[in-house]
Design a protein around this ligand. Structure first.
Ligand code: PGA
Length: 253
């Protein structure tokens, strides 16, 4: 079975001590993950080593960065390079979150660079895509997301695209409490898989996990993850509550 992933995106929330406590409480739930399941925690940079240590030896649990630089190294004050993440054994990195695109001007071509740098450093990108409300209202979401994927990912060879995790996050559903319906999520995920199939073939497209993000919570996770092309979720707000996120992990197929 394709990998199923519950990914927590803490964003710029929680102090170090609150982060430690959240992980401690969550790990006390002792949720055993199946071979194809993963629970990933995208935490702020200064918490990566702490989180990695807490998750060490817990099967299927892993940490993720929330971003990395599009430059390899050098005089870029305040940036964090993929190679630095590799040097502390970080296995995942979220790329192209809509907040990065909106507030920090990240575009599809910059993201293509970040994807390459992560892959060169053996880091799995969790590549975010998704349309804003006005695009959804114009019913142009499929073309919009296709362009994001094409410009950032379609330069990759077959063996490289297989290492990507895609997260579809309609911007109008992020942090708004307005979740896409399971039918809307499945329709878009199916479209993304078909788009990947057209470029890379079905065998490859069927291997790539496509996560849904946007107001996922304990109460709607099972229905969303139950859709055949939804392979888990990227979760913001609800990942800041241990029992909510535990229930989301338990909802994985
Ligand atoms: P949300 O955020 O779950 O709070 O809507 C999701 C995300 O931004 O990844």
């Amino acid at each position: 079975m394709r990998q199923q992933i519950a990914a927590a995106n803490w964003k710029m929330n929680l102090t170090y001590q609150q982060g430690e406590q959240l992980l401690d409480v969550l790990l006390k739930e002792a949720i055993a993950l199946k071979d194809h399941q993963r629970a990933v925690f995208a935490v702020p940079f200064p918490y990566l080593i702490m989180a990695a240590q807490k998750l060490d030896g817990k099967k299927g649990y892993a940490v993720s960065a929330q971003n990395c630089s599009d430059k390899k190294s050098g005089a870029y004050t305040g940036e964090v390079a993929a190679e630095m993440l590799k040097s502390i054994n970080i296995p995942y990195c979220v790329l192209g979150h809509s907040e990065r695109r909106e507030y920090f001007g990240e575009d599809n071509l910059t993201l293509a660079q970040k994807v390459l740098l992560c892959l060169e450093n053996n880091i799995t990108p969790i590549f975010c895509c998704g349309e804003p409300l006005h695009i959804r209202e114009a019913n142009a979401q499929q073309e919009f997301v296709a362009t994001q994927l094409k410009e950032s990912l379609f330069g990759l060879a077959d063996d490289a695209i297989r290492k990507i995790v895609v997260a579809y996050e309609p911007i109008w559903a992020i942090g708004t409490g307005r979740t896409a319906s399971a039918a809307q999520a499945q329709e878009m995920h199916k479209h993304i898989r078909e788009f990947l199939t057209a470029k890379y073939g079905a065998a490859t497209a069927n291997e790539i996990p496509i996560l849904y993000g946007g107001s996922v919570k304990g109460a709607n996770a099972s229905e969303l993850f139950g859709c055949s092309d939804v392979d888990g979720g990227l979760v913001g707000g609800a990942s800041l509550n241990a029992s909510e996120f535990a229930s989301i992990i338990r909802s994985l197929k």
